[in-house]
Design a protein around this ligand. Structure first.
Ligand code: PRP
Ligand code: URA
Length: 209
């Protein structure tokens, strides 16, 4: 069963509240999405496996800890997921980065695939799928299915704002994928936007309309 981790950190709560305001411009919005992603990466990597390593410090020998287990990969859902990549790479710089291009058809709200390029060995990696918004769940469910079709078995999904409808759909369709959520909002409106949300994340990150 999927574990749903809703973040409980004052810095994450503060920064998410800040960028919800329609008065925050593109530069600041993009920078803060990166900062929130970095903080969420810290939380989403909390249970990575460690192994003992022997170290000789300038003072003495000791047993330290080093990351063990699977190598990591980050897969943003284009476009808005791109805004979270640098924050993740700051903390896990050895991770490989794949890209999945999906946009939501404004009429049907169904995801439309236009790009997929993944690390050659992605099926052996622990994959963090990142997208600021989980609304109906159509995009994230489809992106994760694309990864599973390529043989990826270990997937986590990290989003900044989620609607309850999207969380339920993810839990139903991908019960093996843990969810890391910055803020769980109230609902979707009639156009599939998250309420209260922050508007269109891709447009706000890239300054488009
Ligand atoms: C947004 C967002 C998610 C998707 C969420 O992308 O970044 O990918 O919508 O909605 P869903 O859960 O209902 O699928 P959008 O389609 O606007 O594309 P963009 O990132 O290129 O702006
Ligand atoms: N995509 C967004 O960017 N924002 C929403 O509220 C819903 C989907």
């Amino acid at each position: 069963m999927a574990k749903v981790h809703v973040m409980d950190h004052p810095l994450i709560a503060h920064k998410i509240s800040y960028i919800r305001s329609e008065e925050v411009g593109t530069k600041e919005f993009r920078e803060m999405i990166g900062e929130i992603a970095q903080l969420m990466c810290y939380e989403a990597t909390r249970d990575l496996k460690l192994e003992d390593v022997q170290i000789k410090t300038p003072i003495c020998e000791m047993t330290g800890k080093s990351l063990a287990g699977k190598k990591l990969a980050i897969v943003p859902i284009l476009r808005a997921g791109l805004g979270m990549v640098d924050g993740f790479l700051t903390l896990i710089p050895a991770a490989k980065v794949g890209h999945i291009g999906l946009y939501r058809d404004p009429e049907t709200l169904e995801p439309v695939e236009y790009y997929c390029k993944l690390p050659a060995d992605c099926e052996e990696r622990e994959v963090f799928v990142v997208d600021p918004m989980l609304a109906t769940g159509g995009s994230s469910v489809a992106a994760i299915q694309m990864l599973k079709d390529k043989g990826v078995k270990h997937i986590r999904f990290v989003c900044i704002i989620a609607a309850p409808e999207g969380v339920e759909r993810m839990k139903k369709e991908h019960p093996d994928v843990d969810l890391y959520i910055g803020s769980l909002d109230e609902k979707l409106n009639d156009h599939g936007y998250i309420v209260p949300g922050l508007g269109d994340a891709g447009d706000r990150i890239f300054g488009t309309k």
